[in-house]
Design a protein around this ligand. Structure first.
Ligand SMILES: Nc1ncnc2c1ncn2[C@@H]1O[C@H](COP(=O)(O)OP(=O)(O)OP(=O)(O)O)[C@@H](O)[C@H]1O
Length: 769
């Protein structure tokens, strides 16, 4: 090998999308280049504009653009492939530079900047000569619309070149950015700009001030740089996100997008992953901003730092069962299998069950009962007591939210309990009566050998808290006697002697839906201290009616919270519409503060979501089937090399409830011949192409194209279920509305590039007007 090759992130992303025939030629090119960069077939030549950048030949049509990046410690020359372009798109003014904030190598392609902007800035691009082209002629000034007599006000009129420089915009783009006058021009500039420039411009374009951008975007990305850094390409290469080109590059490119998140964390994401936290920490952010990715990398980092040993000192948990399988498979692709064995991956109810199994003698376990069934039992109890003051729903809510929610063990505790957000006030005699009724209810469940999930979680929390209390007493006594042996401790059974906290680190995803009992259990499972709990959450996506203030369950995240704002999943067009669904509602931050979607944005662009009003159900399904057929045709369009993508699992239909999911599946299958798979707790079942499920099931998932069906008033929100609260319990009514609104928000943000929402009758009031 005479040259070492690396691949710039943007170039890698571009290559993912290219035809496999170009990719194959690219592998051959890399092989030849590493053997001998000066081989005549490569025709390596510097561009005239920037001596640091050269072009080399991949095949008749494609050129690699490369930057020389010094010589490695072993004396081998280093090159960075910054782009792969059709020869017609190679021109002399291409440049590379070292960013003054991040110290990374940046490639600037003015070719993707809009013609109107180039012309206003007086720039003209010169095609680079190529053996297949006629001698280079400057590109004639592009024929663009005449400038208006009174020039339009630049979009970033409030910024000076110095501001943009301070924020880290690539030098070659500063003047251009200041001449941009329309959103379209700005979007075009952003699409082609290096990473930090794109983020800064997006921030400024969305109305953030230069100071806000500096605080939120520039500072998190900044790194300390030595004087003279701008000329040291070899050092800059070490700071740049690249993939080393070796014989594995073929696999890298074949894995496509899937690989991107494994290799390149955004600097903001990386900082959150790598920080040493002195206690519980939390990452929040809108849908698709990479919270799960950050949580996975955090697990990998914690595992890598473990001393050698056995057992599973790290817990990775999430709310839903079907997401656990997804977390496991993503983690498998991220880490060494031996380290993977040190991680316990369980969803939260499974965790509670394992605690209960451990603490229950065989034969005395209680089986689980759904909330609906439990409500029936409560109704029976009320009927037998001829109780009419409160209905079963109200009492069940009181039980789940207040009694179980706050782990109230005695009547006295209940008398004193705060009932914030519960609406209707209850005086002492009323509380006494409610306590008695609920006592009867739990006794009845007990007698049946049944318990609800919430009860199981609360019981598991108690066992764990008791265990943590014993560990603490033991530690305190040990300290009192200067570390000696505790032979005389009351409970010195061998079981007690070796009792430890279950985990050293706990990482929680989808944390917004956990109940106070879940949190108490988790808190008790890990010793308070550095790196104990890492929490990923977005309260806009809370779809179960649970509210918690972490500080009240012994989890203090103050000063250890971070926020992600860049969506990697959804296009800006989808994101704009989704944000309108939750606009106006207030969201907590799992603590005493509030959370907002401020700054939430995407660099991806796509079609605007489609809103389709239909005449009736049959019409809605017929139009849906047509849209799915069209999507399928788009997805399966053969690539240039003839390969055809498998559309299975790329499209989905999301509905409000299970019954409707069944109807949509049956109609699509029987009337339109479209095969479907139903999303269940255990993932998609049925093997068909289009996934169908309720909004709850879509949590954490993503699809290339997604349709929401039945978005009608009366269904979203479900009037028959919640209307009664409008007068009897306005607080509950508001909570139900918000839950329903959040479900639609979750659903709409699962779409990567196409979203279609349909209804018949009156549209849902949550749809953006
Ligand atoms: N640094 C990155 N580079 C490339 N892709 C990324 C990066 N970070 C996240 N992604 C991709 O963005 C998508 C969303 O990521 P992820 O599921 O972690 O987001 P999230 O914030 O947990 O979303 P949600 O809250 O909606 O569940 C995934 O496809 C992921 O692979």
């Amino acid at each position: 090998m005479t040259a070492r090759l690396s691949l710039y992130q943007k170039a890698e992303n571009e290559l993912y999308k290219m035809d496999s025939s170009v990719k194959t030629k690219f592998y051959d090119f890399c092989h030849q280049f590493r053997l001998d960069p000066n081989h005549p077939s490569l025709d390596l030549r510097p561009l005239k504009g920037d001596g640091r950048i050269s072009r080399a030949k991949i095949d008749r049509s494609y050129r690699a653009l490369l930057a020389r990046a010094g010589v490695g410690a072993d004396g081998i020359q280093q090159w960075l492939i910054v782009a792969v372009r059709h020869r017609k798109d190679v021109y002399e003014e291409l440049t590379v530079a070292i960013n003054r904030i991040t110290g990374e190598i940046e490639f600037v392609d003015l070719g993707v900047v809009g013609q109107s902007v180039l012309q206003r800035a007086g720039l003209q691009l010169t095609p680079a000569p190529d053996e297949h082209t006629a001698p280079a002629e400057p590109t004639p000034a592009p024929n663009v619309a005449r400038q208006p007599a009174v020039p339009a006000e630049p979009l970033l009129a409030g910024c000076t070149p110095e501001d943009l420089r301070r924020l880290g915009i690539a030098e070659a783009l500063i003047d251009l950015a200041l001449t941009v006058t329309t959103d379209e021009e700005l979007d075009q500039l952003i699409a082609g700009a290096p990473r930090l420039t794109a983020e800064v411009l997006t921030g400024l374009g969305s109305g953030m001030s230069a100071d806000e951008v500096e605080r939120e975007i520039t500072q998190p990305a900044s790194t300390e740089l030595e004087p003279g850094f701008e000329n040291d390409m070899a050092a800059a290469l070490t700071r740049t996100a690249v993939t080393t080109v070796d014989d594995d590059i073929r696999n890298v490119l074949a894995e496509g997008d899937f690989r991107a998140w494994k290799v390149y964390l955004h600097p903001t994401q990386r900082k959150i992953v790598e920080r040493n936290y002195s206690g519980p920490a939390r990452v929040s952010g809108g849908p698709g901003t990479g919270k799960t990715i950050v949580a996975l990398h955090r697990v990998a980092r914690l595992a890598a730092a473990l001393p050698p040993g056995h057992g599973k000192p790290i817990l990775l948990t999430t709310y839903t069962k079907n997401l656990t399988a997804d977390l496991r498979s993503r983690l498998t692709s991220l880490m060494d299998p031996t380290l993977l064995g040190r991680i316990d991956i369980k969803h939260i109810d499974q965790l509670a069950q394992s605690v209960l199994n451990e603490n229950t003698s065989p034969g005395s376990q209680r089986s689980l009962i759904t909330d609906d069934r439990a409500l029936d039992v409560l109704r029976e109890v009320l009927f037998e007591h001829d109780e009419q003051r409160w209905d079963a729903e109200f009492l069940f809510d009181e039980w789940e939210q207040i009694i179980l929610g706050q782990s109230l063990a005695t009547r006295q505790d209940y008398f004193k309990a705060r009932r914030a957000g519960m609406g209707r006030a209850l005086n002492r005699p009323e509380r006494a009566a409610i306590w008695k009724l609920l006592d009867q209810f739990t006794l009845r469940l007990n007698g049946l050998g049944r318990e609800t999930w919430a009860q199981a979680a609360e019981r598991a929390a108690r066992y764990e808290m008791e265990r943590a209390r014993k560990i603490q007493i033991r530690a305190e006594r040990k300290e009192d006697i200067g570390g000696g042996d505790l032979v005389h401790l009351d409970d010195n059974s061998s079981a007690m002697r070796y009792v430890r906290h279950r985990y050293q680190h706990i990482v929680v995803d989808e944390a917004q839906d956990l109940s106070p009992a879940h949190w108490k259990m988790l808190r008790a499972m890990v010793a308070p201290g550095a790196g104990d709990l890492f929490i990923a959450s977005d309260t806009h996506q809370r779809i179960y009616d649970r509210q918690v203030t972490l500080s009240t369950v012994g989890i203090n995240i103050r000063g250890r919270s971070a926020k992600l704002t860049l969506s990697y999943r959804t296009t800006q067009e989808i994101l704009d519409q989704a944000a309108k669904v939750v606009r106006g509602a207030t969201y907590d931050d799992l603590d005493d503060g509030t959370d907002t979607l401020e700054g939430y944005h995407s660099l991806l662009r796509g079609p605007v979501p489609e809103y389709v009003a239909c005449a009736d159900w049959t019409d809605e399904i017929t139009q849906l089937a047509e849209a799915l057929e069209q999507w399928r045709a788009d997805i399966t369009q053969p690539a240039e090399d003839g390969t055809v993508r498998d559309p299975s699992g790329t499209m989905a239909v999301c509905v409000a409830d299970g019954e409707m999911a069944g109807r949509v599946a049956a109609d699509l299958e029987m009337k339109h011949g479209i095969t479907t798979a139903t999303l269940t707790k255990d993932g998609p079942q049925g093997g068909g192409e289009v996934h169908i499920g309720t909004m709850h099931r879509f949590k954490g998932l993503e699809y290339q194209k997604l349709a929401v069906v039945g978005a009608s008033d009366g269904i979203l929100p479900r009037a028959t279920l919640i209307e009664k609260y409008a007068t009897t319990d306005p607080n509950r009514y508001e909570r139900e509305l918000k839950k329903s609104r959040n479900q639609l928000f979750v659903a709409t943000t699962r779409a990567r590039d196409a979203l279609r929402i349909s209804w018949h009758g009156k549209p849902s009031p949550f749809l953006p007007s």
